[in-house]
Design a binder for this molecule. Structure first.
Ligand code: HEM
Length: 104
């Protein structure tokens, strides 16, 4: 059972999530703060961010509900992007967003 306690700096990635429908995989939410070396979207333009959300899931079984997020308004997505880019950078390397389960 995944522990969803929010630990560590906000928006900086993790903790790992395991889902019953993907028994061999562990998913890790990326660091969304604008840290130059570990920020997952630091090199994305605002347009790329919107396009990424419109595209839906790229990793099968992801716990992030991309079908829902793909339907967010462009205004909301641009606001979220600008908010994330306004955060203090947090240096936190969370590694690959999907990886084999350690105990799998
Ligand atoms: C407005 C809310 C959210 C934003 C802005 C957001 C943003 C993002 C972004 C930009 C990525 C990287 C996608 C890529 O590399 O192509 C990502 C991946 C991910 N997110 Fe979210 N996310 C949100 C909500 C959530 C929620 C609610 C969860 C968990 C329940 C979640 C879990 C994950 C995970 C596990 C990944 C890595 C796997 C994947 O790329 O699908 N996210 N998120």
């Amino acid at each position: 059972m995944t522990d969803f306690s929010m630990v560590g700096p906000r928006f900086a990635g993790g903790p790992a999530i395991e889902e019953p429908w993907a028994p061999d995989l562990t998913f890790v939410p990326p660091n969304l703060t604008p840290d130059n070396s570990t920020g997952h979207i630091v090199d994305w333009s605002e347009d790329q961010f919107v396009a990424r959300f419109r595209a839906g899931a790229s990793i099968e079984g992801s716990p992030m509900d991309w079908r829902m997020f793909a339907r967010m308004s462009e205004t909301d997505l641009r606001a979220i992007y600008r908010y994330l880019m306004s955060l203090d950078p947090v240096h936190n390397d969370t590694g690959p967003t999907v990886r084999p389960r350690a105990d799998g």
